[in-house]
Design a protein around this ligand. Structure first.
Ligand code: FES
Length: 395
């Protein structure tokens, strides 16, 4: 590379780093005075790399659901911002997480879900690991017909384990391993929804969507209802923008809800609802964005968990998991009723994704300066961006 090119690259890096520092500083202002994250936070591989090392490493990140691996020996490959991870249900029914790489020369071990395995075997040189990660066999590693050699430190070659905990059906990992207990992290959510008996949730169905936009745009969009009248006119007919409200839910999460949720009905039949709900909750739906990439929705008759994961700075994948109240709610009798919220979210999400992809396109413009927030209706978006800025400052 010529000196000129190197100088330009260095200028670009300095300018990007200045933009990040500026964003971190201005996001600490009040909502009315804050400037949003710059375009490069949504378009640059460098920024995503920084998020990998901070946002997705230092926090609890939801990576999957227990229903994906119901039995002992089930394995599921997952990714967090492109980092390969595997989930394993061990003999004691506990779900464990490991870096999804062989300790020998780093081959990705699990490429698709597998059921009821006794060992995890690498297809390259056939090293095998127990479900607790212990390295069990290394054929011919010490020479023909010798599995070892003097001085080989077998114990240091076990699978690399990742801190993993579960709340409801949702599986979380913490890559750096020093996050507080998951229950502490989620405590404001657990308290906010203590009226709902979440132990009754029964997994119904999943939907998955890929889209051409940065992952943060999906969280920001989920966190505010200001866009409802224009992006979701049909939804706005039954739950208007002004029927929504915001609420505090701890330092790391943001919440908003609707006062006018109507339970879907077919004739006299409705889905089972959470028992003993206070009257004030009977027509309420609430939504919480759990930092960084989990979005939750609670309704009297169903629960929604939505995760978004970056595939690249400009492409992301979403997964929606629907849960209903009690095992009976997932029976054939309620199939058509279950489809009502699923169809509604499918339509709503398609409308959202069209908008989100246009927000992404807008970030190619040299005129985009980070944007601004409504102090009345977008404090949640501001708070989310502030959390991102704070997280990446801890690189
Ligand atoms: Fe796995 Fe060689 S890379 S056994």
């Amino acid at each position: 590379m010529t000196e000129k090119v190197l100088a330009r690259l260095s200028d670009d890096q300095n300018s990007n780093s200045n933009k990040i520092e500026r964003a971190i500083a201005t996001l600490d202002n009040s909502t009315a005075d804050a400037v949003g994250l710059p375009a490069m936070a949504y378009t640059s591989e460098d920024f995503l790399d920084r998020e990998r090392r901070t946002v997705f490493t230092n926090h609890w990140v939801c990576v999957g659901i227990g229903s994906d691996l119901p039995n002992f020996g089930d394995l599921v490959p997952v990714e967090v911002a492109g980092m390969p991870i595997m989930l394993v249900r061990d003999r004691s029914s506990k779900i464990r997480a490991f870096h999804n790489i062989c300790s020998h020369r780093g081959l990705q071990l699990v490429t698709q879900p597998c059921q009821q395995q006794k060992l995890i075997r690498c297809p390259y040189h056939s090293w095998s690991y127990a479900l607790d990660g212990e390295l069990k066999s290394t054929p011919h590693f010490g020479g023909y017909w010798q599995d070892t050699y003097e001085g080989f430190d077998r114990a240091s070659k076990n699978l690399q384990s990742i801190k993993c905990e579960q709340w409801l059906d949702l599986i979380f990992i913490n890559l750096v391993g020093n996050a507080p207990p998951l229950e502490d992290y989620l405590q404001p959510v657990i308290e906010r929804w203590s009226d709902y008996d979440l132990s009754l949730l029964s997994h119904g169905r999943d939907l998955s969507f890929e889209f051409d936009a940065n992952w943060k745009l999906a969280v920001e969009n989920f966190s505010e209802s200001y866009h409802l009248p224009w992006v979701h006119p049909q939804l706005n007919n039954c739950s208007r923008m002004e029927d929504h409200f915001g609420f505090e839910v701890g330092e790391n999460h943001v919440g908003q809800g609707s006062k006018l949720y109507r339970i879907g009905a077919m004739g006299d039949l409705t889905l089972p609802v959470f028992p003993n709900l206070p009257e004030s909750r009977e027509t309420v739906a609430e939504y919480i964005s759990v930092f960084p990439n989990l979005m939750l929705g609670i309704h009297p008759d169903y629960f929604l968990a939505l995760t978004v994961n970056p595939l690249s700075p400009t492409r992301s994948v979403e997964r929606m998991s629907f849960y209903f109240i009690g095992d009976g709610a997932t029976s054939i009798e309620y199939e058509a009723l279950r489809q009502i919220p699923i169809d509604l979210w499918k339509i709503t999400n398609e409308e959202d994704l069209e908008t989100i992809e246009r927000l992404q396109k807008g970030r190619k413009s040299p005129a985009f300066d980070g944007g601004c927030f409504s102090p009345a209706l977008e404090t949640t978006v501001h708070q989310f961006q502030r959390l991102v800025a704070k997280a990446i400052a801890n690189k």
